[in-house]
Design a protein around this ligand. Structure first.
Ligand SMILES: Nc1ncnc2c1ncn2[C@@H]1O[C@H](COP(=O)(O)OP(=O)(O)OP(=O)(O)O)[C@@H](O)[C@H]1O
Ligand SMILES: Nc1ncnc2c1ncn2[C@@H]1O[C@H](COP(=O)(O)OP(=O)(O)OP(=O)(O)O)[C@@H](O)[C@H]1O
Ligand SMILES: [Mg+2]
Ligand SMILES: [Mg+2]
Lengths: 228, 228
């Protein structure tokens, strides 16, 4: 489903060039639940952005469902992304003066869904992440952990084929983190949603069935995990 | 040094009113190292913003070094903050198109420090958080954990009397988190900097000597910790 072959990403040139990715190889199949770990700056978010069709590698290839994404136009990548992917960004990336429910409706607007149905699904997603009562708050009226949960609700509201989550529980207390991970595990198990999740917390990684560890822009190890 | 008496913060009014803080009482002395914990939305960041003189309570009182901060003008609060406090915000709050070293120099500019001295101290702070080589990168050219470390460097560069850190390791891998916490523990032990840190991770809270737990806008428990 998702395949990176010798994916390389270089910023700048000459001696000051930064090799964010230095030849990443990985293949993730449908229905998998993968945790991506590794030190700060090791290339995790860069790899996630390429997998999420938000960025392209400087060298090497990214294939999604066998399609060479690098050959697609920008518009085609956007369509692919909106159809198949849900993304929880490391910085949340919510629209600032927009309410929680409006943020969560956004992917449904792109799918041309009718307003009443959009609202119903968006409210449902917010309820599932424990934000009932906060639907009409804007980002500045929400705590850090609440903003993170709006980002999660937005990523799952379309029931995407692939859920990409970059540090989805970094701002959540232990109990709320577990509730979110139970929800994600259920989506993976019952709806077959493929989950690729960056995390630095081992108890969160324990929900995944495979752990890919990054180091200096490369895959250092790629091992199955015993189910938690 | 820091004292909240029946601190209350209400947003909105009527039945939809949100009681972010519902009568918080706490007193923290000079040189202490305190961890603040509690569920998402329980009022931790709201309390930190009041302690950091960035916000005022709707009712109740906040005293800093015995001064009733609510009686000060906005300008006086700003001067107090710039003189005594360093703040690592939950969302980092870096200036976007500004480089790491420029972001870290900002508190020193407010203190009227000369450019050469400013640059020397800012580079030193960035080195201490492991960001050597990244000084001239802007936020968009830094990973999530690197941005978080720029925010930490900016908070400590003035050797503030009080360091307020809201989830300072949420985006850092285990090894980097420990390095940052070792640095913070050293600042507390050797320079007597008072540290008040919100965190949801117990291994991070273990560096503190006291744990204050929030629940629904109140202090639920306030206990000393055995030193880790
Ligand atoms: N401007 C606002 N209007 C309405 N409600 C608000 C506003 N700002 C904050 N709140 C509410 O106040 C409560 C406390 O927020 P706060 O940010 O202090 O929580 P927190 O403990 O820091 O949570 P987290 O761990 O998720 O960061 C939350 O329920 C939040 O929705
Ligand atoms: N536009 C850019 N210009 C220069 N360097 C960049 C740019 N964007 C990212 N980098 C560098 O690429 C490297 C990898 O970044 P990436 O965000 O993928 O790391 P990460 O593993 O997600 O880290 P973290 O755990 O801190 O979020 C970092 O060292 C970063 O400084
Ligand atoms: Mg990252
Ligand atoms: Mg908070």
């Amino acid at each position: 489903l998702v395949e990176l072959r010798e994916a390389t990403k270089v910023y700048g040139s000459g001696p000051a060039a930064v090799h964010a990715l230095a030849g990443v190889n990985l293949a993730i199949g449908e229905g998998e639940f993968v945790a991506i770990m590794g030190p700060s700056g090791s290339g995790k978010s860069t790899a996630m952005n390429i997998i999420g069709c938000l960025d392209t590698p400087t060298a090497g290839e990214y294939r999604f469902k066998g399609i060479a994404v690098g050959q697609l136009s920008r518009n085609q990548r956007t369509l692919l992304r909106r159809h198949f992917l849900g993304f929880v960004f490391q910085g949340f990336n919510l629209l600032a003066r927009t309410t929680a429910v409006e943020n969560v409706e956004l992917p449904l607007i792109y799918r041309g869904m009718a307003p009443a149905e959009r609202r119903r699904l968006a409210l449902g997603a917010l309820r599932r992440v424990g934000l009932e009562g906060r639907e009409h708050h804007t980002s500045s009226e929400l705590s850090g952990g609440q903003q993170q949960r709006v980002a999660i609700a937005r990523a799952i509201v379309t029931d995407p084929a692939v859920l990409l989550a970059d540090e989805p529980t970094g701002n959540l207390d232990t109990k709320t983190s577990r509730e979110i991970m139970e929800l994600v595990a259920t989506l993976n198990r019952d709806q077959g949603i493929t989950v690729i999740m960056v995390t630095h917390e081992t108890d969160i990684a324990a929900y995944a069935r495979r752990a890919i560890r990054f180091l200096d822009g490369r895959v250092e190890s790629d091992v199955p995990r015993r189910e938690a």
